[in-house]
Design a protein around this ligand. Structure first.
Ligand code: HPA
Length: 264
């Protein structure tokens, strides 16, 4: 058993966890939703995100969301921090060993769709791996040849749309383009991404989706839109703006996720 798995079982017990939720930039308030919380700092968990990016939390929070026992990672590691696309693998493997069969990912993203504005959510239906890195490079087994058709679970997406419409939360779905960052895109790159059929752009999530499918998890991902893509609006894109605007998306996710959790 890995050291992290041991620490989690010792502190939070060994009751199975239904789902793992990973929170993106400015979204860590979503963890407030859990009742009977056990908070374990990533610093105490070998292989969990160390270092970190401002606007992200640094804890694993395990607790109850309605009738379900959920684990929330209040932050993640990004490829742009060190060039390691597999950095989230130990944490995802640990959560999978704890029984979490569903992986729910959130992020902050720039919108490429003029109908999806800052403060809106966009459910991810597919992705384009423009960073070109892959967390399974170096994996020696045949399990590395992961099928990516329907990587974003169609049934979960359909349920999410039904829940969002019941809660009157506007929710379009679209294709997310993974850009390595940490610099933002150029306007030319945004024009390219739109031409290629992408609807949002961001610096995370895709490596975790690939790892999640590798581990046989059911994957769900949703972007909180913090800005329009570079060159699409007059505003100056910045990380400060990402953190500031993300709170509007966080409020919607705090309504959407618990309602969705009851349906899955
Ligand atoms: N590009 C990449 N990542 C982002 C953006 C963006 O415009 N906004 C928030 N995260």
């Amino acid at each position: 058993m890995s050291k992290a798995l041991n620490t989690i079982r010792n502190q939070a017990g060994s009751a199975p966890i239904e789902a793992t939720l990973i929170l993106g930039s400015g979204l860590s308030a979503v963890a407030d939703l859990l009742a009977e919380q056990v908070v374990i700092p990533f610093a105490d968990l070998e292989g969990f995100p160390q270092g970190g990016v401002s606007g992200h939390g640094k804890d694993l929070v395990i607790g109850q969301m309605g009738s379900k026992r959920i684990a929330i990672l209040t932050g993640r590691q990004h490829y742009y921090e060190h060039g390691d696309a597999a950095a989230m693998r130990p944490a995802l493997e640990t959560m999978s060993e704890l029984g979490a069969g569903t992986l729910m990912l959130t992020n902050s993203a720039g919108s490429l769709d003029t109908d999806v504005r800052p403060g809106n959510l966009m459910l991810i239906s597919d992705h384009l791996n423009y960073a070109g890195a892959n967390p399974l490079i170096g994996e020696p087994t045949d399990a590395r040849f992961v099928n990516m058709v329907d990587a974003y679970d169609p049934e979960l997406r359909a349920t999410t749309h039904a829940v969002a419409s019941r809660l009157e939360i506007a929710l379009k779905e679209g294709v997310y383009m993974w850009y390595s960052g940490p610099s933002f895109e150029t306007p030319a790159e945004i024009r390219m991404a739109r031409t290629l059929g992408c609807d949002a752009v961001g610096m995370s999530t895709v490596p975790e989706v690939i790892l999640g499918r590798f581990l046989g998890l059911r994957v769900w991902a949703c972007s909180s839109i913090t800005n329009m893509g570079a060159g699409m609006a007059q505003e100056t894109i910045s990380h400060t703006q990402t953190k500031e605007v993300a709170k509007y998306g966080a409020e919607k996710l705090k309504r959407l996720i618990p309602a969705l959790m009851e349906e899955i």
